[in-house]
Design a protein around this ligand. Structure first.
Ligand code: ASP
Ligand code: MG
Length: 471
């Protein structure tokens, strides 16, 4: 659809009746001019609450389940009372209660089983987003804008990797054409759940935490939208995290590749997989603040005017560095590396950065702390023989590290840049532990001591002059 605008509202932009009203105003204002499709997250903290409930259920903690269910119901009921009045209120309230009950049924089923089957978890977690669609569409309808709540399970077809599914675009496109295009051509705003989908044979899946951004880009690509606007609670993509650097600038424009690298390396503003479906179709994306909609936000496109060089610096604190070192020259380091990577791949843990050198072919890689146990289990199982016979030194894990990444198009071609960045970090007396540059021409990833991470970010931000407005 040539002039379609897809808008996605995140958890804080859906966080209360007042915020939902603001989202509805933004959506209906645009819908007066062109077809609009809206994708929503669950209300802020709701997915965490749902997950916590399922943990209580698995542990057989009935009181914990009931307390959380009451909280889930209260939050959405109160929003419903405040949002919709008149005859629509009762109907909306019924829809809310029925979804809360549906979640309760799954939670009690999990309690009975004493385990959390991934399929049931995905079905349960999607209820947060379904509650959001009910509230937003009811409010829009009560304001005279035609809207329809849609469960993305009916549209987004994925593989069967529960909890971190990948879309299959062909069938998704077909379903979107059949279900969504007729609504859009009648001037109805589809309000679609973010975060979830289903396999071709209908088993419910989710796209990974924070995956609603990804849902929006999948639908934008499937429907060949003109633009995608992602509404969050910050002014756009910034040159650094404002909690670390006192005056970061908002970037006016970044490329898809820059935005993807920033998201991947810890910038919270976008889900890392969001941009993938859009690169081919070149649909422009805006990251905008629903609390300050008059601000222009950041535009994400394939090419920008800016000078090549660093644009932003990001960091991640919740990571660990794993080092593998052969103890004998008799084994092939390359083969060990291959097996280690295969084991990590199968474990589902993501390797964030990797570095290798030395005649012994030792190597180290960085993983998220919450994926460390999984990664170590897989690694130790696959290398158990070499470890037992002393061909490999015991695998070393350093928990006191952080990742800093400097991102910008054309960085690899800028002489002296790495030197300046390292000098700035060492001036702060922060120890550099590992470096990865070259695998991506637009990112330098540096592992530093955890307690020096914020200092290093500030030093690099100032050395590269990133804080000046305009970007
Ligand atoms: N509600 C889901 C989460 O919290 C998806 C999202 O918000 O994007 O992870
Ligand atoms: Mg989000």
């Amino acid at each position: 659809m040539t002039d379609l605008l897809v808008m996605k509202f995140g958890g804080t932009s859906m966080g209360s009746a007042e915020r939902i009203k603001a989202a509805a105003t933004l959506a209906s204002r645009e819908a007066a001019r062109r077809p609009v499709l809206v994708v929503v997250s669950a209300m802020s903290k709701v997915t965490d609450l749902l997950l916590d409930t399922l943990r209580h259920a698995e542990g057989g903690d009935t009181a914990g389940i009931e307390a959380n269910l009451a909280e889930l119901r209260r939050r959405h009921e109160e929003t419903c009372w405040e949002l919709v009045s008149g005859p629509a209120q009762e109907e909306t309230h019924r829809a809310v209660v029925s979804l809360v009950n549906e979640f309760g049924r799954i939670a009690r089923g999990i309690e009975m089983l004493g385990e959390r089957p991934p399929r049931a978890v995905d079905e349960a977690l999607a209820i947060g987003e379904r509650l959001s669609t009910v509230l937003l569409s009811a409010y829009l309808n009560s304001q005279g804008a035609a809207a329809r709540a849609i469960n993305a399970r009916e549209v987004i077809v994925t593989d069967s990797v529960h909890g971190n599914a990948t879309p299959i675009m062909g069938p998704t496109r077909e379903k979107a054409e059949v279900l969504l295009t007729p609504l859009l051509s009648q001037g109805i705003i589809p309000i679609v759940t973010g975060f979830n989908g289903a396999t071709a044979d209908g088993r419910p899946t989710t796209l990974g935490r924070g995956g609603s951004d990804f849902s929006a880009s999948i639908l934008a690509a499937a429907l060949n939208a003109a633009q995608l606007w992602i509404w969050t609670d910050v002014d756009g993509i910034m040159t650094a995290d404002p909690r670390i650097v006192s005056s970061p600038a908002v970037l006016q424009e970044v490329t898809y590749r820059e935005a993807a690298e920033l998201a991947y390396n810890g910038a919270k503003v976008l889900h890392p997989r969001t941009l993938a479906p859009l690169i081919e179709t070149q649909i422009p994306v805006w990251s905008k603040n629903s609390f300050a909609p008059e601000k222009s936000g950041t535009k994400i496109v394939s090419k920008v005017e800016a000078q090549p060089g660093p644009r932003a610096v990001t960091s991640m604190g919740n990571v660990a560095l794993v080092s593998v070192e052969p103890a004998s020259a008799e084994i092939s380091g390359t083969r060990i590396m291959g097996r280690a990577m295969e084991a990590l791949g199968a474990s589902g843990a993501e390797v964030l950065a990797m570095s290798s050198s030395s005649y012994r072919q030792s190597f180290c890689f960085l993983v998220r702390k919450d994926e460390l146990a999984r990664a170590m289990e897989a690694l130790e199982a696959s290398l158990s023989l070499e470890l037992a016979h002393g061909y490999l030194k015991p695998i070393d894990v350093d928990h006191n590290v952080g990742l800093l990444a400097v991102v910008g198009e054309g960085m690899r071609g800028t002489p002296g840049l790495a030197g300046r960045i390292f000098t700035a970090i060492s001036r702060e007396r922060v120890n550099i532990i590992a470096i990865a540059q070259g695998s991506s021409e637009l990112t330098i990833a540096i592992v530093v001591a955890r307690d020096g991470l914020d200092k290093a970010v500030r030093a690099v931000h100032s050395e590269c002059d990133l804080g000046k407005p305009g970007g």
